[in-house]
Design a protein. Structure first.
Length: 530
């Protein structure tokens, strides 16, 4: 069952087979797989639980309730990059755009060759992807629902002869509310909160919400439990109640920012020195176009179509109809100029360009800030700056080909492009990293990377840490590099794979199984209500 912190009136102690920290793309599938295999599973989630009745299309409320730092997490460095992170049951999947792509095959080849991940085969991953796609009702975005922004952009790409199409999405009967990132009000997006978590609950798993894991308990080099603090749902401050969990296996699935932060705070699993390093984020730029005719937002699919002509070079374009609140942030102007343009919102379209990093890198650090506050550093540099500019040029070209008479970018000196001449000027100009304004990123990855060598990686191919037996990491942080596309399906696939290894270990009763976690569950202090 789901146990919110408000129903917890005293300190709790639990003993289970598996304790999972985080309920997102990594934690959710693991919880369902292990609970369905008959193991007792307990999930702790720092955020609260919301349902479609709560998804009221009000962006400010959604950011405050379901995002870490109210959606204003940023990376420090040049440029500052907005990096929103979900904090709710279902993790970031509850507030993501629903694109469900398999990873770009050449990246898997690179992981095998550069990171020694010979055990990760395309055949195995494809089998898991296939299962996930069926379970999550993945199908191509419906052009009838996608909205005119998407069809217009695609028409421009087709005119230029670029490889493009409709994105696969985990959405069943999408009605095109255009608000995936504030929670799907029709319940059609098959995010973890409406799929894996309810299934895990039906197999007996428990999910404690507004409950933050603070320590991983380790004895004799083996993970034996977690120590958590309940939070007040309204203020996010500690409620004064604690949860201590004994477990035969512990899984960290707190995402690529919080997972390394938890480990760094404790100085755990870091003999390689790689915890928190190698942060990739897929930095994204955008281009907004103004048309004479009405394109008809805000109804539509925010991320409906793609242009993958330059995917091999690390540039992927994705977009559709975005709500006015996000559209306004994508304009390079403020005040009156912004207001004048926003009046023309129905005549505008916006598209995004995502860069797979080859030179840029970041890190998550514990800088000793009070509370639970990871610090994120990131530097966009080298050829990635050129790729970001190339993505903007490409989007502008496509918009003009589709009939736009103005394109707005967030590159200093090139805010407003009126046609081919401005476009060529942008193409020829030397754009510096400090010229980019308003960049964002949505895919933090790599901060506890998987690999075949304990000197250079944090987890084995099984997701178990090299240093601490029985401690697994299963979220975006284990992906060794950008997968070249949106990562949720790959994170889920890794979680399904990891569940198999944990199940094997628990079922085989490997050394230590049962020593720390007496079964049946011993529960001191039952929570009130559900
Ligand atoms: C706006 C937006 C749109 C996106 N769109 C797409 C898309 O269309 N397709 C796609 O593939 N990807 C998309 N993504 C990215 C994708 O959703 C994430 O990559 C994925 O969810 C990450 O999975 P994860 O398991 O690493 O972390 P998360 O899904 O973020 O889950 C981690 C969970 O752990 C919890 N947690 C953290 N610390 C603790 C703690 N100490 N104790 C307890 N709980 C804790 C967090 O609250 C969070 O709920 C998008 C992201 C954003 C922000």
């Amino acid at each position: 069952m789901i146990i919110p912190s408000r129903d917890v009136r005293e300190d709790l102690r639990r003993a289970v087979d598996v304790a999972i920290i985080g309920s997102g793309a990594g934690g959710g599938p693991l919880a369902r797989e292990l609970a369905s295999a008959g193991h007792s599973v307990l999930v702790v989630e720092e955020g609260a639980h919301f349902t479609r009745e709560d998804f009221n299309l009000k962006p400010a409320e959604a950011y405050m309730r379901m995002y870490r730092d109210a959606g204003q997490t940023v990376t420090m460095g040049l440029p500052f990059i907005l990096l929103p992170l979900g904090k709710t049951v279902g993790g970031t999947t509850t507030v993501n755009s629903g694109t469900a792509l398999r990873m770009f095959p050449p990246v898997l080849k690179k992981w095998r060759m550069t990171h020694g991940l010979d055990e990760l085969t395309e055949e195995e991953l494809n089998l898991i992807y296939g299962h996930l796609e069926e379970y999550l009702f993945v199908k191509r975005a419906d052009p009838e629902v996608a909205g005119k922004v998407a069809t217009t952009f695609l028409s421009g790409a087709e005119k230029l002869g670029l490889s493009c199409g409709w994105l696969p999405r985990n959405a069943k009967e999408c009605e095109g509310f255009g608000s995936c990132v504030f929670g799907c009000p029709s319940g059609s997006k098959q995010s973890v909160d409406v799929t894996f978590i309810p299934d895990a609950l039906s197999f007996g798993a428990d999910v404690y919400t507004c409950c933050r894991a603070e320590r991983i308990e380790v004895k004799g080099g083996r993970a034996v439990g977690i120590s958590c603090q309940f939070l007040d749902e309204a203020t996010g401050k500690p409620s004064g109640r604690r949860l201590e969990v004994e477990a035969r296996a512990v899984v960290l699935a707190a995402g690529a920012i919080c997972t390394p932060y938890l480990l760094l705070r404790q100085g755990l699993a870091n003999s390689s020195g790689q915890v928190g390093k190698n942060l990739a984020i897929h930095p994204a730029t955008q281009a907004v176009a103004l048309f004479d005719e009405v394109l008809g937002p805000p109804r539509g699919i925010p991320q409906a179509c793609y242009v993958d002509e330059f995917q091999g070079e690390g540039i992927m374009l994705e977009g559709g109809t975005v709500p006015p609140e996000i559209h306004a942030l994508s304009l390079p102007f403020a005040g009156r100029r912004s207001a004048e343009l926003m009046v023309k919102y129905p005549n505008m379209g916006m598209f995004g360009g995502m860069v797979s990093e080859s030179a840029s890198c970041g890190a998550v650090k514990d800088t000793g800030r009070r509370g639970y506050r990871p610090t994120i550093f990131y530097l966009l540099r080298g050829e990635d700056v050129a790729k970001a500019k190339a993505a903007v040029v490409l989007m502008a070209e496509i918009w003009f080909a589709a009939g736009a008479h103005r394109v707005f970018t967030t590159i200093a000196g090139h805010y407003e492009l009126t046609g081919a001449r401005d476009l060529r000027r942008l193409e020829r100009s030397r754009v510096r990293v400090s010229d980019f304004y308003g960049m964002s990123a949505y895919h933090p990855l790599g901060t506890c990377r998987m690999g075949g060598d304990p000197q250079w990686s944090v987890v084995k191919h099984t997701c178990e840490t090299w240093d601490v037996e029985g401690l697994y990491i299963c979220d975006g942080s284990v992906l060794p590099s950008s997968p070249g596309v949106n990562p949720q399906l790959t994170i889920m696939a890794m979680a399904m794979r990891c569940a198999g290894f944990i199940d094997e270990r628990l079922s085989a009763g490997k050394p230590g199984a049962g020593e720390n976690a007496p079964r049946p569950e011993d529960v001191a202090g039952e929570p009130q209500g559900d």
